[in-house]
Design a protein around this ligand. Structure first.
Ligand code: FAD
Length: 554
């Protein structure tokens, strides 16, 4: 045996599992197709948003949350309705207990801290009994993604110093070795050394094979978001036809290959049609990985138009219902949509997801947060997109703006009609003459302002007419579908053991993180409340790591 345990994937789920295994004194081989520079994988690039229930940060913001409310929101959002939702449902319950219980203290004890203003993501479908967060629950980690990775990377590094962890980087796994129904190891190829910087796509030049053996193997290889062919192949009918064009919200290593490899070893993949892609993707002007897209986390005020220039109906408002909006936009037959807004709203309401887009939070720079985020009109990252982003246009008049937006339209895509856009803008703006309105979006903007976190951060900008001159030039943003998360995955029991087609665990095989649909094969069901993916990696990685350690015995 080459180790007590093999962990495939040095992302967050793999790191957490490896840390737990080494705490139990186990020797771990940490295998990844990428170089050591990519330790932490997707989580490094993440915004670091974590879902907690009834946290001290929420209470300080006056938010009344509870385990019951979170349970109701989760189940109404997940919409579990399949026979194979047994383990996903069990995982969801266990994860909710974790998120409302031990999670924060456990992470806090490892040095993690959170930004005091809790974000309100996925505000829902406009019903009390439907999808969405009834209250803000998105806690941005101080240090964003790198701040989430750090404690676990540190534990793994320390274990490496003690001789308990061996890195096997540039090792691409091509096969799980199964002998007599038991997974006993991995086979694959060494990839040629590649000194590319973190996140940049690396070569796949084979340099000869390898075979490694251990009594237990964990698949923590992430999802399929970087492979648009696989995304299209698994695209569900309920979301319309698959888009021809998408931007990519994950590095190229999120290639989904290991999913097929684990299926070949007998693992039962469930809910492969459940995924989580965003509709507010913009092309990165400073791309790191191929087709690099950034997601705008929008506040409530921008006017949202489909490709033909028709305003999206309520409750499909910015920041409300990711997949509801995606399904609606797919029904239009076009791959893009538009925000029409102004510089003040873009500057304050648009947050950009990604650690590198939030240098102040990532660098734990309090002065930067105060000066560049709180006091400035526009954050430096947003200003860079306004100046250089291929999807942004600015203009003083609606006529000029629409002409520039039409300049971004590609062959075969519809042009916008200036009179149609102008009429909708005028109608929207006319609703702001009184402190009350019949327009659902204007009403929603006022509701958002009644949450102190949105008000003081101006994540919900004071309601005003978008055409008000002193709010800066008008801004048009072309929005693309951005591929990101895989909600389905390998069916696992609460120990993270991968189940076979007969429903029994496959001896020696575990899965965690996105590869297991963040636990059970899809603990989110059809939709997510956000901030639940990193937490899902932590929880499923911890569960699998502890169970593997226990299975190995004394
Ligand atoms: C920009 C961005 C922002 C995000 N923001 C948030 C957020 O705020 N909150 C939140 O909850 N979630 C967020 N997420 C999602 C979250 O970061 C990911 O879902 C999570 O980190 C996935 O972790 P993982 O360990 O399951 O997989 P990954 O991070 O994908 O790691 C898998 C590893 O397995 C390796 N691998 C794959 N196949 C093989 C193979 N055949 N052989 C060897 N190695 C292999 C890969 O190279 C990779 O290193 C964000 C993601 C991104 C990209």
């Amino acid at each position: 045996m080459d180790a007590d345990a093999i962990v495939v994937g040095h992302g967050l789920a793999g790191l957490v599992a490896a840390a737990e295994l080494t705490d139990a004194g186990r020797r771990v081989l940490l295998v990844d197709q990428e170089s050591e520079a990519n330790l932490g994988a997707q989580a490094h690039w993440s915004f670091g948003g974590l879902f907690f229930v009834d946290s001290p940060e929420q209470r300080r913001m006056g938010i009344k949350d509870s385990a019951d409310l979170a349970y109701s929101d989760w189940m109404n959002t997940a919409g579990f309705d399949r026979d194979e939702d047994h383990w996903p449902r069990e995982w969801a319950k266990a994860y909710l207990d974790f998120a409302g219980g031990e999670k924060r203290a456990w992470l806090h004890g490892q040095g993690m801290r959170w930004f005091p203003i809790v974000g309100w993501a996925e505000r829902g479908d406009g019903s009390a009994h439907g999808h969405g967060n009834s209250v803000p629950r998105f806690h941005i980690t101080w240090g964003t993604g790198p701040g989430v990775v750090a404690p676990f990377a540190r534990r793994v590094e320390e274990a490496r110093d003690r001789g308990l962890v061996t890195y096997a980087h540039r090792h691409r796994v091509d096969e799980l070795i199964v002998e007599g129904g038991v997974v006993t190891g991995i086979r694959g190829v060494h990839l040629a050394e590649d000194r590319a910087e973190r996140g940049v796509a690396t070569n796949r030049d084979p340099m000869g094979g390898f075979e490694l053996r251990a009594p237990v193997v964990l698949v923590a290889s992430g999802g399929i978001g970087g492979n648009h062919d696989l995304v299209r192949e698994n695209w569900p009918e309920r979301l319309g036809t698959p888009p021809k064009h998408m931007v990519t919200g994950v590095p190229a290593h999120v290639d989904g290959r290991m999913i097929g490899i684990t299926e070949e070893a007998g693992g039962r993949l469930i809910n492969r049609d459940r995924m989580w892609h965003y509709v507010e993707g913009i092309r990165n002007w400073d791309s790191i990985w191929p087709g690099h897209g950034i997601r705008i986390l929008p506040g409530p005020s921008s006017m949202w138009l489909d490709a033909q220039g028709n305003r999206l109906p309520a409750p499909l408002l910015p920041g409300y219902d990711t997949l509801g909006t995606l399904a609606h936009l797919r029904a239009t037959g076009h791959d893009h949509s538009w925000f029409v807004t102004n510089r003040s709203v873009a500057g304050k309401e648009f947050a950009l997801s990604g650690s590198e887009q939030n240098a102040d939070l990532t660098g734990k720079d309090i002065q930067g947060v105060l000066r560049k985020r709180s006091l400035a009109d526009v954050t430096p990252s947003m200003q860079a997109f306004l100046d250089k982003g291929a999807d942004f246009v600015l203009a003083d008049t609606v006529e000029e703006l629409v002409a520039k937006m039409n300049g971004l339209v590609e062959e075969g895509e519809p042009s916008l009609d200036v009179a149609h856009v102008k009429r909708q803008l005028d109608e929207r703006d006319a609703q702001l003459d009184n402190g009350y309105a019949k327009d659902a979006q204007i009403a929603a903007m006022r509701v958002a302002r009644s949450y102190i976190g949105d008000k003081i951060s101006k994540r919900a900008y004071p309601p005003h007419k978008l055409q008000e001159k002193k709010k800066g030039p008008l801004v048009g943003v072309k929005l693309h579908i951005l591929s990101r998360k895989t909600l389905g995955g390998f069916e696992t029991d609460l120990s993270g053991r991968v189940l076979g087609h007969d429903g029994a665990p496959i001896a020696g095989l575990y899965a965690a993180g996105e590869a297991s649909g963040f636990g059970g094969g899809g603990l989110h069901g059809y939709r997510a409340l956000e901030g639940t993916f990193l937490g899902g990696c932590i929880f499923s990685g911890r569960s699998a790591g502890r169970a593997m350690g226990a299975e190995l015995g004394d």
